[in-house]
Write a protein that binds this ligand. Structure first.
Ligand SMILES: [Ca+2]
Ligand SMILES: [Ca+2]
Ligand SMILES: [Ca+2]
Length: 120
C-alpha cells in the first residue's frame, strides 16, 4: 500500500531516527545505543578539541540551567562522562515502564525529545 502526505512523511522520519539509533535492530533504543549516538554527537560538537563541551559548543542543546545541573564540578563545561551521565538520566526519565529501553512511543514523548537533543 502506498501512503502519501504529511503523516506518512512524519512517520518515515521517525522510523529513520529509530533506525539510526537502534543499531541492534530490536525496535527499541537501549542505554548502550543512546550512549554510542551521544558520544558521536559529543565529538561533532567538540570543535575546539579541549576534551569538554562548553556553553558555546552546547548552544541549542542545553540551557544554562540544564548545563549547571549536569556539571557537578561547576567548571562550566561537560566532560564526556558528565555528558553521558546526563544521557543516562534522560533515558531513565523517558522510560516510564522501566524496562531499560525506549520504544518509538517513549522516544517521541516529551522526555524522549529532551534525550534526543543529546543524541542527534
Ligand atoms: Ca536496540
Ligand atoms: Ca570544547
Ligand atoms: Ca521503556
Amino acid at each position: 500500500m502506498l501512503v502519501t502526505g504529511w503523516p506518512a512523511l512524519a512517520k518515515s522520519g521517525r522510523m529513520k531516527l529509530m533506525q539510526m539509533l537502534d543499531t541492534d535492530n530490536d525496535g527499541t533504543v537501549d542505554l548502550a545505543e543512546a550512549k554510542k549516538a551521544a558520544s558521536a554527537l559529543f565529538d561533532r560538537l567538540e570543535r575546539d578539541k579541549d576534551g569538554t563541551l562548553d556553553k558555546r559548543e552546547l548552544a541549542r542543546r542545553l540551557s544554562a540551567k540544564e548545563l549547571a545541573a549536569a556539571d557537578p564540578d561547576h567548571d562550566g563545561t561537560l566532560t564526556r562522562d558528565e555528558y553521558l551521565a546526563l544521557v543516562e538520566q534522560r533515558l531513565a526519565a523517558a522510560d516510564p515502564d522501566h524496562d531499560g529501553t525506549l520504544d518509538a512511543k517513549e522516544l517521541h514523548s516529551r522526555a524522549g525529545q529532551a534525550l534526543l537533543r543529546l543524541l542527534k
